[in-house]
Design a protein around this ligand. Structure first.
Ligand code: G3P
Ligand code: MG
Length: 242
């Protein structure tokens, strides 16, 4: 069978080797040959979209408290790198615009929505992607499938993906009963088997399993025919594919 090689998608950048969701991490993923990146977004109290996995600042910065209660001005000088290693001291929480400016056109940017913020996140994000003119490059995913549904209804140009950890009875059928056009599945990699992957690909879905770091798992997913692999170690996957 003549299958395309999966693309390498750096999870929170190259988060195995740099502080997650920072410019240093995304730049390293690009350097290591990633064709895409995954990142997580939160919104500030003045409506700016920032890149951070958690709703709070405590784990990955020298700040504390909820991001949605701070302004961009309050966040932009926090240190988001020191906790990973001294070499990354001074890394900042990126504004989403800084990441888009870094990632070349033609690369995949998988924006994961962690929280709906009463609908404010999807509104801000759709306006942002429109302003950047990056519909083609962007896939918006979330574990909250109602957000995904609303986004696709509000903006038919958006590519939307379903994130989930359950081993569904029929992955492609789940996507097709959503009532909107789903672009991609983002399953937990142990929650989807070869037959499910083949069926989903046949249904026209892209398949981007997360978060895959072991070579044996890369091999299993490549053989099954996934579209891309979300990994903390882009160089490891790149070496295997090349
Ligand atoms: O988007 C895939 C993956 O990032 C989902 O889980 O917790 O790493 O954001 P998490
Ligand atoms: Mg994520």
């Amino acid at each position: 069978m003549n299958r395309q090689k999966p693309i390498v998608i750096g999870h929170r950048g190259a988060s195995g080797e740099a502080p997650e969701n920072t410019i240093a991490s995304f730049a390293l993923a690009l350097e290591q040959g990633a064709e895409g990146i995954e990142l997580d977004v939160q919104i500030t109290n003045d409506g700016e979209i920032v890149v951070c996995h958690d709703l709070t600042l405590d784990r990955t910065t020298n700040g504390s408290g909820l991001i949605c209660e701070k302004s961009w001005e309050e966040l932009k000088s926090l240190d988001a790198g020191f906790w990973f290693s001294e070499a990354f001291t001074g890394e900042r929480i990126p504004h989403l615009r800084q990441v888009y400016d870094l990632i070349p056109r033609g690369h995949l940017i998988n924006v994961e929505i962690k929280h709906a913020y009463e609908g404010r996140m999807e509104k801000a994000l759709l306006a942002f992607i429109e302003e950047m003119g990056r519909w083609e490059d962007t896939v918006i995913s979330s574990f909250d499938h109602k957000v995904i549904h609303r986004i696709k209804q509000a903006q038919p140009q958006a590519k939307v993906g379903l994130l989930y950890a359950a081993n569904l009875i029929d992955h492609a059928a789940y996507a097709s009963q959503l009532g909107v056009d789903v672009y991609s599945l983002h399953p937990y990699h142990h929650g989807i088997g070869q037959e499910d992957i083949i069926a989903a690909a046949a249904a026209g879905l892209a398949i981007y399993p997360y978060t895959v770091n072991e070579v044996a798992d890369y091999k299993r997913l490549i053989a099954a025919g996934v579209t891309g692999i979300i990994t903390d170690y882009p160089a490891r996957l790149r070496n295997l594919l090349d």
